[in-house]
Design a protein around this ligand. Structure first.
Ligand code: TXA
Ligand code: MG
Length: 319
């Protein structure tokens, strides 16, 4: 897998059977691959493998972890990952395959790495319509986590050359199938007990959602005002968290790194990609322990270490 500092040769290949075979082999090996969807180009990796997903963050240089969308080929696969209520069923039937992402509770034993959901118990999922992404899903036989294929801070890519401009040297393969159809990211709708919420407007409109679901949809803004906290899109532990801890107080569960062993370790060998892959599981474990406080060993503030440090700093301040 490419590390953030190694210069990787980036191949740009036209969408055909050979390219999809190459892409699927890279996905199986834990690499990430840029590939078009009907909305924007995505940067896809095996959603069941935390280290592969950490590679997405390393390539994008994203300074913090955001939960990612899981792409699947079929409704059967979707049901292994998310729990569909009746609104979710109706929306999937009406708009999949297509530019709609549903936020639903994670299914029991869903085979999804914690880093994909950023430790949440909900998951963002969609069946994309683009033949290239569909072909890769089928060839790999895996659910694929994919954010937009741009470096952090640059705009979403609708052409292979946009991807190349921001990620050349950071990823091994860009599958080129020309400009994407919609050019904006998928509509995101959360289905919760109290109803549907539009989290991100997109190609499918709120009116279309209401008609298909048969229930009204609220927008994220009004919900934020009426029910603060419900939109929390980040997991944070419930206990106080201390950073840069070189050893633990008696009431602390210490999450180690490198030479600091701790009660658990993000990466005994000091590998930041491995640490990112283990971060949310380590926080959940610390939260569930009998000790009332959490401490975390110091991490280097470089590469993907910055995203880990940012997430921990925000957990320490209870965002
Ligand atoms: O069109 C698209 O949706 C593209 C293509 C590649 O599929 N993907 C995309 O992914 O736009 P990304 O990572 O750029 O945006 C995903 C959004 C983020 O704003 C994230 O916070 C939100 O989805 N999200 C993911 N999981 C969530 C969850 N469990 N709860 C709330 N928001 C979630
Ligand atoms: Mg994006």
């Amino acid at each position: 897998m490419p590390t953030p500092n190694s210069a990787t040769e980036t191949a740009i290949k036209p969408f055909d059977a050979d390219t999809i075979a190459d892409a699927a082999a890279r996905i199986a090996a834990g690499e990430c691959v840029a590939i078009p969807t009907e909305t924007v180009y995505g940067l896809a990796a095996n959603a069941t493998d935390g280290k592969a997903v950490a590679g997405i963050y390393a390539a994008k240089g994203r300074p913090s972890f955001n939960p990612l969308i899981v792409h699947v080929a079929t409704m059967d696969e979707a049901r292994k990952i998310a729990r569909f209520d009746s609104a979710g069923e109706n929306l999937a039937a009406a708009f999949w395959s297509g530019p709609l992402t549903l936020i639903l509770p994670l299914a029991e034993n869903a085979p999804i790495a914690d880093l994909v959901t950023a430790g949440l118990d909900t998951v963002a999922i969609r069946i994309p319509a683009h033949p290239a992404m569909q072909a890769l899903l089928k060839a790999s036989g895996l659910p694929l986590a994919a954010p937009s294929a741009n470096a952090s801070g640059s705009i979403s890519p609708t052409r292979a050359e946009h991807v190349a401009r921001s990620l050349r040297g950071k990823i091994g393969l860009i599958v080129d199938a020309g400009p994407t159809g919609h050019g904006i990211e998928s509509t995101i709708v959360a289905s919760r007990q109290h109803g549907l919420t539009l989290l991100r407007p997109g190609p499918i409109t709120a009116e279309q959602i209401e008609t298909a679901a048969g229930t009204p949809i609220s927008t994220a803004k009004s919900e934020t005002i009426s029910a603060p906290g419900q939109l929390a899109s980040h997991y944070a532990p419930s206990k106080p968290l201390r950073l840069d801890a070189t050893d633990a107080e008696p009431d602390e569960w210490l999450i180690g790194f490198g030479d600091i062993a701790g009660d658990s370790s993000l990466s005994p060998s000091g590998d930041l990609v491995e640490a990112a892959a283990n971060l949310f599981a380590a926080l959940h474990e610390a939260d569930a322990s009998a000790r009332p406080q959490i401490a975390v060993a110091p991490l280097p503030d470089k590469g993907i270490g910055q995203a880990i440090t940012d997430r921990l700093a925000r957990a320490a301040h209870r965002d």
